[in-house]
Write a protein that binds this ligand. Structure first.
Ligand code: NAD
Length: 496
């Protein structure tokens, strides 16, 4: 039998292990026609999936959940190779993802199913119901830094709400995206309910223009703007999960040891490549020296590398190393002092932990997303000054507060979608809590009931149960009817 020659006309994309440069996977670069075909197939699948009903969908989503839990070793190994993060960090992603998927499958009926609402006095003779119906096909565009947890935050909730999904993973982690869709197809073989298209930004742009019913984007604010502009052409609604410049505040009465441990973890884990990483720390004067001393002790023990003893891996995206280097140089040029690491912390593809103090307010490292293992610490007079400075940013994704007395009060005053008190990042582990930002950090919410509703359309129905003796919605209504109604309204709502 003659072997068909390879198709040299299809452009391909290679993902590489950021630590070794080895090719991990070679995948096609899908253009507008492949994307359109994927969306058309997903549309047919959506009719079937949406028609299954909550129970049948939950059965299949639970099979997907079991598959992820059972095969997490293979998935995490792939994440480790393609993204570079230590295996332990890959497992963190897998564990959180399975938990969210389980919650979404279990709770979709409770949150979305049809329920009766009180119709109020004006429509007392009607029954009123609200339900949340699937949108149809949801396009998901994802980043590389949490290639499982982040896109699955949209995908799991969109599927549980009855939608089909076409996912465009990052060009740095396309094999992880393909692995997820293949695992789903193994347990739901009937229709292409969750499929993947691969490629660079142009493939993502094609997905924005492919007539999906909603586009859930996670990535940088700069790309988010392009996504929103492309989606506007067809009035496709968007959900934007963008970057952050999250602050951690340490108040006078905080447990300083716990705050230092959390700051080092929140700032350095995943080599700082997290949208909700601690990117700035504001510490009140009375506890500042003790806090810095503890952070220096802890951060200087954190090792970057790829061996088993490494706490943090390489910087996945080579271009990000330039950003980190620029932010460090700018801060040091402006007079900041490095108390852990320094200008020589960058040795590609790794960046060693850097802790900076005396960082002046205008420094880039306090204003723009660094996305590296850096921790600038700023001394403030009190927690109120910390709140003012933490809020002085265009971003507003998350943050943390360490305080005994005023923790929740300070958390509520932070202009950010999520805040942890006396811990970091915890909100991301609670499936019932919404996840999303304000300002340059985006809008819309994944996770929890809000996340399920984000991928649904509210459908309102009234049904007349019996006619009223006087039909108000008729040109034949008696002349006294509306003045009488106005009088009743005055009596009910107009009194002091
Ligand atoms: P990015 O914006 O460079 O890319 C994200 C995705 O968009 C990729 O899949 C990319 O191929 C695609 N893309 C690029 N150009 C496009 C276009 N014109 N149209 C459509 N799609 C296009 O971001 P990144 O470097 O992959 O990820 C890092 C960023 O993501 C950081 O800013 C980080 O804070 C943010 N992030 C946010 C969250 C969150 O939940 N808020 C989670 C993780 C990461």
């Amino acid at each position: 039998m003659a072997i068909a020659p390879p198709d040299l006309t299809t452009p391909t994309l290679e993902s590489r292990n950021p630590a070794t440069g080895e090719v991990v996977a070679t995948l096609p670069v899908d253009g507008p026609s492949e994307v359109a075909a994927a969306v058309a197939a997903a549309r047919r699948a959506a009719a079937w999936w949406g028609g299954l009903g909550f129970e049948q969908r939950a059965r299949r989503l639970n099979a997907f959940k079991r598959r992820l839990a059972r095969d997490s070793a293979a998935l995490c190994d792939l994440v480790h190779r393609e993204n570079g993060k230590p295996l332990a960090d890959a497992y963190t992603e897998a564990v959180l993802t399975v938990d969210h998927l389980a919650w979404a499958a279990r709770n979709a009926p409770k949150v979305l199913r049809r329920r009766a609402v009180w119709p109020n006095a004006l429509a007392l003779n009607h029954a009123a119901t609200v339900e949340y119906q699937p949108l149809g096909v949801v396009g998901v565009i994802g980043p590389w830094n949490y290639p499982v947890y982040t896109p699955m935050g949209s995908i799991a909730y969109a599927l549980a709400a009855g939608n089909a999904v076409v996912f465009k993973p990052s060009e740095y982690t396309p094999a992880v995206g393909r692995w997820l869709a293949d695992a789903f197809a193994d347990v739901v073989p009937e229709h292409p309910v969750f499929t993947v298209v691969t490629g660079y930004g142009d493939t993502g742009a094609a997905l924005c223009r492919a007539g999906v019913d909603k586009l859930a984007f996670t990535g940088s604010a700069a790309t988010g703007r392009k996504v929103m502009a492309a989606c506007a052409e067809r009035l496709t609604p968007v959900l934007l999960e963008l970057g952050g410049k999250d602050a951690l505040i340490v108040d006078d009465d905080a447990d300083v040891d716990a705050a230092a441990t959390a700051a080092v973890w929140g700032g350095l884990q995943n080599a700082g490549q997290a949208c909700i990483a601690v990117e700035r720390v504001y510490v009140t004067e009375p506890v500042y020296d003790r806090f810095v001393e503890r952070v220096v002790d802890l951060a200087s023990r954190v090792r970057a590398g790829s061996g088993r003893d490494a706490h943090i891996g390489p910087i996945t995206m080579p271009g990000q190393v330039d950003v980190i280097e620029r932010h460090l140089r700018d801060a040091l040029d402006r007079g900041a002092r490095a108390v852990v690491g320094g200008a020589d912390a960058v040795h590609r593809p790794y960046v060693d932990p850097v802790v900076l103090v005396d960082v002046p307010d205008g420094a880039l490292i306090l204003r723009e997303e660094t996305f590296g293992p850096t921790l600038p610490i700023v001394k403030v007079r009190d927690a109120d000054e910390a709140v003012t400075r933490a809020n002085d940013t265009a971003y507003g994704l998350a943050g943390a507060v360490f305080a005994r007395r005023r923790g929740t009060e300070i958390a509520r005053r932070l202009r950010a979608g999520m805040t942890s008190v006396n811990s970091v990042l915890t909100f991301a582990t609670v499936p019932r809590l919404p996840f999303g930002g304000v300002g340059e950090s985006g809008f819309g919410r994944i996770h929890g009931p809000d996340g399920l509703r984000e991928f649904s359309r509210a459908k309102a129905i009234t049904r007349q149960r019996f006619p009223l003796p006087v039909e108000l919605q008729s040109f034949a209504r008696p002349a006294w009817a509306l003045p009488a109604l106005a009088r009743a309204t005055r009596l009910r709502h107009g009194r002091r």
